[in-house]
Design a protein around this ligand. Sequence first.
Ligand SMILES: [Zn+2]
Length: 83
Amino acid sequence: MGKLAFFLMIGVLVYWLIKVRLSEEKKHQENHTDEKNNTLESPEEMVRCAYCDIHLPRNESISSHGNFYCSDEHRSAHLNSSS
Ligand SMILES: [Zn+2]
């Protein structure tokens, strides 16, 4: 019975080590995703409409030929006026 108890103890120890390791990795991954989300979302890049000079977030703008526009109307209007 002494042997069985010994193996049981080792089994519990290994299980516990794996559990701790997994939870630590999960924590690290969660931290990394948090950092990624922060860098993606918090500094919102502002761009300027090439037609009316209004400032707007880049993800709400329309980009064309390296310029940004606040709306599709201004994009076509600017393209028509420049060509
Ligand atoms: Zn505009």
